[in-house]
Design a protein around this ligand. Structure first.
Ligand SMILES: O=P(O)(O)OC[C@H]1O[C@H](OP(=O)(O)OP(=O)(O)O)[C@H](O)[C@@H]1O
Ligand SMILES: O=c1cc[nH]c(=O)[nH]1
Ligand SMILES: [Mg+2]
Length: 212
């Protein structure tokens, strides 16, 4: 199934805490990283294991190790950076491909302003990270450029998604899996998710909070 709303109690508890209007920058950041870790756990559960014999403390022992597949984490600037350390906590050897997308707040169209991808994308699982999926424009643009560069296994870790955006992404890219803590009610007239989190980038970086 391409859309996974992960109902684990830890995930639901933490996303609930993030919705508080009076949350501090520190707490918002910490929770974004923790949810990044938890969503990574969920999104990687189909990784293939291979049996391997190693020298254990009491002699040879057969263990299982993840086979082959390399990973690239793809934070969408800026807000995706707020989940990066949380994802790296479970995938410390992953390469990082940075993509900058900025949404025009009038037209809601996304523009790519940075693209620094790692090599061998055809051999890697790509884990896009962004706290918010609203209209879907930013993530569709990111998936387009990853596919153009060779990616075939693309997953997205999103804290809060709008149903309109999820529908648009899956119509354009039915092969991409989305893991999210919540599919919310929908978008307001300014393209913000309700009940949502507000402006995630502003909350993570401490820049001015817009009236959304
Ligand atoms: O699904 P969409 O309608 O494209 O909207 C979602 C995007 O908007 C936000 O980024 P923003 O453009 O505000 O940039 P920022 O991360 O620098 O704050 C958010 O982090 C997503 O990238
Ligand atoms: O609700 C939203 C929509 C786009 N970007 C955000 O940070 N929040
Ligand atoms: Mg923003």
């Amino acid at each position: 199934m391409p859309i996974h709303e992960v109902k684990h109690p830890l995930i639901q508890h933490k996303i609930g805490l993030m919705r508080r209007a009076d949350i501090s920058t520190k707490n918002f950041r910490e929770l974004a990283q923790e949810l990044g870790t938890l969503l990574t756990y969920e999104a990687t559960k189909d990784m293939t294991l291979k049996k391997q014999e190693i020298d254990g403390w009491a002699g040879p022992v057969t263990v299982e190790q993840i086979q082959g597949k390399k990973v690239t984490i793809v934070p969408i600037l800026r807000a995706g950076i707020g989940m990066l350390d949380g994802v790296l906590a479970l995938l410390p050897a992953a390469r990082v491909s940075v993509v900058g997308q900025i949404r025009n707040e009038e037209t809601l169209e996304a523009t790519t302003y940075m693209e620094k991808l790692v090599g061998e994308l055809d051999q890697r699982m790509a884990l896009i990270i962004d706290p918010m999926l609203a209209t879907g424009g930013s993530i569709i643009s990111t998936i387009n450029l990853l596919k153009k560069a060779g990616s075939t296994d693309i997953r997205a870790l999103i804290l809060v998604a709008a149903p309109e955006g999820v529908k648009r992404v899956l119509a354009a890219h039915p092969d991409v899996s989305i893991y999210t803590a919540s599919i919310d009610d929908g978008l307001n007239e300014k393209g913000y998710i309700l009940p949502g989190l507000g402006d995630a980038g502003d909350k993570i970086f401490g820049t001015k909070q817009k009236d959304v």
